[in-house]
Design a protein around this ligand. Structure first.
Ligand SMILES: CSC[C@H]1O[C@H](OP(=O)(O)O)[C@H](O)[C@@H]1O
Length: 343
């Protein structure tokens, strides 16, 4: 395998390693991932996370397993196990379906299958890097001059193989002098904003301010945020989308205060087989994540990892294939083949 190097994962040609995101920002610890079963556990505990990244990581893990000598039957089982690691981010299923097409392609020689799996995983990695840049190019024109923006959760280099989706666009907006400040929702309960987005922005030297999720409404009401940009884990054919819990409430607040609201997602996050938001499976996680150390043990807790925002609350969806308004989404534009193929 060729080497791969990104903020969140690395491959040296033999071994796949991940930056354990559960330890950030206080510890930067790289872990070798010996096989797909280990990768499933890292994905489930969010050591590896972010819709595009989990697809890339799963593909690289399966290809490494093939390179280490796993046969077709073991590879099929591993691909199915990886595919089920988390239910909401469609990138995981998209990546495993690309790898699965090779396993089901009827090639008889194991070495041919191995070579094709390795090439496909490498392509998925390289494509994601390019998709991040394409989203940033498509979305840059949205910014006025000197904007303060707000983001939710983490959609940067820790969630992709490249510069990120929404946070990648924000980064390019800052570099172009169009974005001057980023307000960061801490993003309860696992604090991807406080722990990961703040860490990424500090590394990039981008001015930012951390807030609790409930404080965003004040900034919107006071006109201190000109735009909200965030990621997505699955975009349905009608433009409804799932993203980290708290996104829907933010969308309602943005609509109330007239603040532009933009999900930013690569085409690998668009699921045309999913007709609308009600059909998106929402991961329900351990209530202990909400209780933390502050609630009494056994306190019943509600812990959906994502929520669904209807397309009518979207100002425009930024993808690598174009920027689409709520009206265009309502017209079914995502399902029309005339969309340009991914560059
Ligand atoms: C670039 S998409 C990142 C997306 O994934 C996050 O979820 P999680 O941290 O649970 O993997 C969140 O929904 C982000 O918007």
């Amino acid at each position: 395998m060729k080497t791969a190097d990104s903020l969140a994962l690395r491959h040296d040609g033999r071994r796949l390693r991940i930056l354990d995101q559960t330890l950030l920002p206080h510890r930067e610890e790289w872990l070798e991932v010996p096989d797909p079963d280990a990768m499933v556990l890292h994905i489930r505990r969010l050591a590896v996370r972010g819709a595009p990244l989990i697809g890339v990581a799963a593909a690289l893990s399966l290809a490494t397993f093939a390179q280490d000598g796993a046969g077709p039957a073991e590879l099929r089982l591993a691909a199915a196990h990886l595919r089920r690691a988390r239910p909401t981010a469609v990138n995981l299923m998209w990546a495993m379906d690309r790898m699965g097409a090779i396993l089901d392609g009827g090639r008889c020689k194991d070495d041919v299958v191995m070579a094709e799996l390795i090439a496909e995983a490498e392509a998925i990695f390289v494509e994601d890097v390019a998709l991040c840049e394409a989203m940033a190019r498509q979305g840059l024109g949205l910014f006025g001059e000197g904007e303060a923006v707000l983001t939710h959760c983490n959609s940067g280099g820790l969630a992709t193989a490249g510069i990120g989706t929404a946070l990648g666009l924000i980064r390019r907006g800052f570099e172009a002098g169009r974005v001057t400040h980023v307000f960061v929702d801490e993003t309860r309960p696992l604090l991807q904003g406080a722990r990961l987005t703040a860490w990424e922005l500090a590394r990039l030297g981008i001015p930012h301010t951390l807030l609790t999720d409930s404080m965003a409404a004040i900034l919107l009401r006071e006109g201190r945020v000109q735009r909200v940009l965030l990621g997505a884990d699955r975009v349905a054919a009608n433009g409804d989308f799932a993203n980290k819990v708290g996104t829907y409430g933010l969308a309602v607040q943005c609509r109330h205060h007239g603040v532009p609201f933009h999900p930013v997602a690569p085409w690998s996050t668009v699921d045309l087989a999913c007709p609308g938001g009600d059909a998106i499976p929402i991961e329900q996680r351990d209530p202990a994540e909400v209780r933390g150390t502050w609630a009494a043990a056994g306190t019943p807790a509600f812990n959906p990892s994502f929520d669904v925002t209807p397309a009518h609350l979207v100002t425009s969806l930024v993808t690598d294939r174009g920027v689409f308004t709520a009206a265009e989404l309502a017209s079914g534009i995502l399902s029309r083949p005339r969309l340009r193929p991914t560059p």
